[in-house]
Write a protein that binds this ligand. Structure first.
Ligand SMILES: C[S@@+](CC[C@H](N)C(=O)[O-])C[C@H]1O[C@@H](n2cnc3c(N)ncnc32)[C@H](O)[C@@H]1O
Length: 212
């Protein structure tokens, strides 16, 4: 089944992924700025979740800013590396479509390039999980590759993988977030940085409406 392929693929590539990408925020100023906004706005003291955290470098970046940070990922191999490399954050194995988290547990959630492995029919389920686990008034930041392509990859840094990278139109993801009750506040698209795979990138900053 697709999820098992994704999990096994990321388990296989986890160590290499950490070696290649753990310092990526150093050359991604827009990502740092958006994550900084999320940190600035999360004032309730509840942790910030990094969903599909991979080797935990973004979780670690959040924790280094003085907030409690929790990374969650489908791949136990990724979670093991994240916990090893980022002792200041905590990590859980879990699925975006059925998150191991309680309702409104988090002050904000980010999901950078993790929705990209979901089939289109799973997007509404994941969107409703994002809405469920963030507290009222909390921010949701997602990032993905823009388009309609599905890029199938079988070799990644010499490791055999079986992965579908799904690109999404920005309006489609925004509509899914809005349909579960999240208010989309900002839509940003950018060209790739030189160090990145040459795809157009989108960021959506949304918010669960406050109860008040
Ligand atoms: C391209 S990596 C992105 C990692 C990290 N967020 C980053 O920006 O470098 C995708 C990650 O999403 C995880 N992932 C894929 N499908 C998932 C799912 N259904 N639930 C949770 N994590 C998932 C993978 O295991 C992998 O670590």
């Amino acid at each position: 089944m697709g999820d098992e392929r994704t999990r096994q693929s990321y388990d296989a590539v986890a160590a290499e992924y950490a070696l290649h990408l753990s310092d990526e925020l150093s050359y991604k100023p827009l990502d740092r700025a958006l994550l900084g906004m999320v940190v600035e706005g999360a004032t309730s003291g509840r942790p910030i979740a990094d969903l599909g955290c991979g080797p935990g470098h973004v979780t670690g970046w959040l924790a280094a800013r003085g907030v409690a940070a929790v990374g969650i990922d489908l791949s136990p191999g990724m979670v093991a590396i994240a916990a090893r490399d980022h002792p200041g954050a905590s990590f859980r194995v879990g699925d975006l479509r059925d998150l191991p988290a309680s309702d409104a547990e988090f002050g904000a959630v980010v999901a950078l390039y993790s929705l990209i492995h979901l089939t289109p029919d799973a997007l509404p389920v994941a969107a409703s999980e994002l809405h469920r686990v963030v507290e009222p008034g909390g921010a949701v930041l997602v990032a993905f590759h823009v388009g309609e392509e599905v890029r199938h990859v079988t070799d990644w840094w010499g490791h055999g993988v079986d992965l579908d990278f799904r690109f999404f139109e920005t309006e489609l993801v925004a509509a899914h977030l809005e349909s579960v009750g999240l208010a989309v506040e900002a839509v940003v698209e950018r060209a790739p940085y030189l160090e990145e795979v040459a795809t157009r990138r989108a960021y959506l900053l949304a918010r669960r409406p406050s109860d008040r």
